[in-house]
Design a protein around this ligand. Structure first.
Ligand SMILES: [Zn+2]
Length: 182
């Protein structure tokens, strides 16, 4: 499994913030659209497409469905927003975030996936997208600001991603220098 790709897919729905004329929490957050996009991948790759599908759909079904102001889950069938409208800074949202963070951290340590992220691997360059579009800008309150209670997991992922990126860019530069020693 390509873990950096999983992280990338988990933030893809929020790229709607950067695209003009596309409503935030609209089509990009639709589970109908996500399923339609993934049908060819399931036909081609079968069950191995599942982790990538889960990474993409959990953004809407777990994260945004619970917290925030509702999402157009069933676009294009209806533009009706669905959600529990829990505040991002509420104890329920923070407890849910921490629970999912701890479970995912334990799984990543057990499967040793976290060590793979810290190796100089070229596919880790994908992490530049979640790092520079979500993790870093949120400290400047874009697209939303991180509640104080969620700063520790936020900083941990930011640290892992930055180490990962610096290791693979260092490896790429070394490789280029080795190819062109002059
Ligand atoms: Zn979203």
């Amino acid at each position: 499994m390509n873990i950096p790709l999983v992280f990338l897919l988990s933030v893809i729905p929020d790229t709607d913030l950067l695209i003009p004329f596309v409503e935030h929490r609209g089509p990009f957050h639709s589970i109908v659209l996500t399923i339609a996009v993934f049908v060819p991948f399931f036909i081609k790759y079968g069950r191995s497409a599942s982790p990538y599908f889960v990474a993409l759909i959990q953004h809407s079904l777990v994260g945004d469905y619970v917290a925030g102001g509702g999402i157009q889950l069933l676009w294009p069938l209806t533009t009706q927003p669905y959600g529990l409208n829990v505040s991002l800074a509420s104890p329920l949202s923070i407890a849910l975030e921490w629970t999912i963070f701890l479970v995912s951290a334990i799984i990543m340590i057990k499967t040793k996936d976290v060590y793979k992220l810290l190796q100089p691997n070229r596919s880790n360059l994908i992490l530049a997208v979640p790092t520079f579009t979500v993790l870093l800008p949120t400290f400047l309150a874009f697209p939303l600001h991180v509640p104080l209670e969620l700063v520790p997991p936020h900083l941990l992922y930011l640290g892992i991603f930055l180490i990962s990126l610096s290791k693979c860019s260092h490896a790429t530069i070394t490789q280029l220098m080795y190819k062109n020693p002059s």
